[in-house]
Write a protein that binds this ligand. Sequence first.
Ligand SMILES: NC(=O)c1ccc[n+]([C@@H]2O[C@H](COP(=O)([O-])OP(=O)(O)OC[C@H]3O[C@@H](n4cnc5c(N)ncnc54)[C@H](OP(=O)(O)O)[C@@H]3O)[C@@H](O)[C@H]2O)c1
Length: 233
Amino acid sequence: MDLFVITGANRGIGLEIRKALLAQNKAVLSLSRSAGTATASFGPLDFRLGLDLASAEENPSRVLDWLREKDLSIKGLVNNAGLLLNRPADQITLEEMHQMWSVNVLGALRLTQGLLPFMVPGAHVLNIGSMGGFQGSRKYPGLSGYSASKAALANLTECWAEEWADRGIRVNCLALGAVQTDMLSSAFPNYIAPLSSIEMGEYIAHFLLEGHRFYNGKILPVSLSNPNSGDAL
Ligand SMILES: NC(=O)c1ccc[n+]([C@@H]2O[C@H](COP(=O)([O-])OP(=O)(O)OC[C@H]3O[C@@H](n4cnc5c(N)ncnc54)[C@H](OP(=O)(O)O)[C@@H]3O)[C@@H](O)[C@H]2O)c1
């Protein structure tokens, strides 16, 4: 059976990607710190495993053990989990930078490297970036550490697509604009996004299944708002 792996699929955009894939009878493995405990199951194709992406002890060994036991191969991976700390650029600490980078960049790197041997030719690795990490977009004050981490993830997308092309793996990055989720409302309590997590999750699920037929190594902005309006996340 082919499997789609999504990080951070217990809430927000990731949860809606997961639901949209399950609605199309795809098998999904959700990975997040609370995935194994705090979330309801949506049926026999809905697999969940608790994993802290930032932990070198857990990531990727815990997932690899699970995959070997189940004998499944991977058709798609969405590096969706993310951490955003809103801190002014002159005050952000190295510890806070490291916290974000260990989830948004290094956690995604470690997981993707680990899962590569389980991916079938034609698999799609989809990185969830941000307009903050999209070159040339106007940046939002307070998001320097987060935006730089998303720029790194976008750059890795181009590198991975090149290096893994001969394995038949395609890699893309969607640079999202604002979407109404916990992340957005805790960072910007008074801001209302033009898109819901359901709308964005359904679009990303569709792109995961179809986008790699048309794109490889691309960083694509998915944002209703003009980045220059200053509401890029
Ligand atoms: N919302 C927006 O406006 C917006 C805009 C641009 C880009 N994005 C990007 O879209 C993605 C989804 O964002 P969202 O708004 O849906 O976020 P969210 O509601 O805050 O959800 C974040 C998800 O990441 C997981 N996660 C966080 N730290 C983790 C860790 N150490 N290990 C494993 N999982 C971890 C969380 O699960 P646990 O807490 O259970 O671990 C949760 O499922 C992120 O990459 C974000 O940067 C969002």
